[in-house]
Design a protein around this ligand. Structure first.
Ligand SMILES: Cc1cc2nc3c(=O)[nH]c(=O)nc-3n(C[C@H](O)[C@H](O)[C@H](O)COP(=O)(O)O)c2cc1C
Length: 106
């Protein structure tokens, strides 16, 4: 079963060229299952201090706060690991991908 992870980032939910291109590529890949991560309708928050602390300690020693803080990160990594193909759509904005796509935010 082929799994596609698709990450969209254009603020334009209507009329977006990058989203339209993503639609075309997804159609050609014809995956059995698509995991859609829309960074505009469902933004990924910045890493906070509890998450950073948890990243540098053994999971067994994590506090409840640290476990909650890393849950989303674990979920996002799981989506990447599960995917056979990944489509990332992004507008160019001042010679680079738009800021919502920067993985420093995950
Ligand atoms: C503030 C701003 C900066 C942009 N900078 C670039 C750029 O550096 N290079 C480029 O090719 N296009 C640039 N564009 C054009 C966008 O990438 C283009 O409009 C694209 O279609 C936006 O993606 P979307 O249609 O998926 O929303 C810029 C657009 C805006 C509004």
């Amino acid at each position: 079963m082929a799994i596609l992870l698709r990450i969209d980032s254009s603020s334009r939910l209507e009329g977006s060229f990058s989203r339209r291109l993503g639609d075309e590529v997804a159609k050609r890949l014809n995956a059995d299952r698509t995991i859609l991560r829309d960074l505009v309708t469902d933004p990924v928050p910045h890493i906070d201090a509890a998450a950073i602390s948890a990243f540098f300690s053994a999971p067994s020693g994590n506090s409840e706060n640290e476990r909650v803080a890393t849950a989303l990160s674990d979920q996002l990594l799981g989506e990447i690991m599960a995917a056979d193909d990944i489509i990332i759509t992004t507008p160019m904005c001042i010679f680079r991908p738009i800021v919502t796509i920067h993985f420093g935010r995950t």
